[in-house]
Design a protein around this ligand. Sequence first.
Ligand code: UDP
Length: 238
Amino acid sequence: MVKPIHRRVIVKLSGEALAGSEGSGIHQATIERVAADLVAAQALGAAIGVVVGGGNIFRGVEVSSRGVSRQTGDMMGMLATVMNGLALEAAIERKGAQARTLSALSVPQVCESYSCQRARKHLAKGRIVVLSGGTGSPHFTTDTTAVLRACELECDAVLKATNVDGVYSADPKRDPAARRYDRLSHQEAIEKDLKVMDATAFALARENRMPIIVFSIGEPGAIERVLSGKGHSTIVGE
Ligand code: UDP
């Protein structure tokens, strides 16, 4: 029986990870695959919180050219993450596991509001907790949210799902000379301005000594493999 390498984690899923090859919106086959992977990862014995992004539907920065303020745009972006969260919760439950969506923006007709206590309670009951609504404040990202929630919920690591199998010195899809890192410190990630997460997220992780494991979500079972200590990934941490 394989044991998970971490007992409690936050998985960060960008909106893009739910869009599949479509590039936007929610791709049904993709969300089913990701949900099955989360359920298999939990079955290893790990407690799992998932922070969902919203970029497949809306990003706050996109509105400045449309005469909408950044604050309003960011609220729209956070609401987009709630939509992704609800879709993911339903997909997880279709796989036979229990899930609850919590939102940092209060939308009580839609789902429970986030509090640390409530998230802990659901995790203790063996539910996968889907954390939506970002931080609830504009000018942040869901990457920063993932690190924040990992610290609050006393997780062992953030599992950051991306399109590539780790952190590279440049975009490996554009630059064949890009170098892949097996491991690097938070400080190095900030100094090298590596685009895998924003600097606020890396700084918060550095202050709290929170490791970030960067891996590709492209193949079925990717999350389960990372939690089993297999597969390709880059560890950002001291
Ligand atoms: N957002 C925000 N505050 C937060 C988290 C997210 O205002 O704490 C907004 C912001 O507009 C962002 C959008 O929600 O562009 C979607 O989040 P993000 O870009 O992080 O999603 P991802 O790139 O992971 O899909």
